[in-house]
Design a protein around this ligand. Sequence first.
Ligand code: GDR
Length: 330
Amino acid sequence: MKTALITGVTGQDGLYLSELLHEKGYEVYGLIRGQNNPKLPALRRSHPYVKILSGNLLDLASLIRALAKAQPDEVYNLGAVSFVAYSWDNAELTSAVTGLGVLNMLEAVRFYSDDSGKDVRFYQASSSEMFGKVQDVPQRESTLLWPRSPYGVAKVYGHYMTINYRESYGMHASSGILFNHESPRRGPEFVTRKVSQAVARISLGLQDKLVLGNLDAKRDWGFAGDYVDAMWRMLQQDEADDYVISTGETHTIRELLDVAFETVGITDWERYVETDPAFFRPAEVDLLIGDSTKAHEKLGWKPRVDFKSLVRMMVESDVAIEAPSPAVAI
Ligand code: GDR
């Protein structure tokens, strides 16, 4: 039986990845920050097989202790401050957790590997946000990185540190450059879930307006459940490497609104949607579209859920969540 340690285990990807690894027979450990993490009770209920360890990406000693306890074969570093818009107001914190946190985890893995003699495999959650200003269409592994947010800059640091540990110490450290990936478990601050929740509530008469920022940005949106499978495949390769994971399709926020509102039978969504400069970003990433040919060829990976099915899945899930529960007969 293999053992895996996941940071960011309470996030969307952490939940899907724990399920995937559990189904494959892994013993799954999750690193949790803080004594009273509000997401912990839900995780214990929905994923009782995840063994919880306490640790913080900013505290190297805590990571070394967690590795000594879990004795993992594979470490998936998904923990980060992950909301791009938040990163301008919290640039130092984002740089610490999303950037230096990667270095701490790499160091902890190096200590533990040296100590135990085990060749621990490492996955770093890199991001399409690293591409930033458009250089290449579509973006691939060799595209010049030009991040446009403190979050993107921190992810570039983590990405190159991962490559550097691979080249310096021969570590099996891989980096997945994942484009946007969504699901009904997505946090409500991200645009897809903000839209799916609002559309569900508008269709049920619970909300009147949806206020957004830039409707013209283009994103390559895939399903998170498909993307965690790519993470696992990367760590099963003989050689560690970097891979773009994407659908190869791009859509504007307007197209997202078209499909989301259409799911509940509304075609004139302009009546419900307003824009507010407060939701515009100081620097925008205008166009993301990924070329994951390398992942197709080397990992045998392909996305299964397309854009329309993804948006419908999210809206339908939110309609079920928001719908008033049927009256209970006395
Ligand atoms: P992103 O995702 O920044 O691409 O990063 P997000 O869903 O936040 O934004 C996508 C695009 O939508 C535009 N937008 C809005 N975004 C939000 N959140 N709220 C709004 O009201 C709104 N209106 C328009 C944004 O300007 C942007 O262009 C996500 C995160 O998961 C990162 O952690 C991850 O690394 C990348 O995807 C890949």
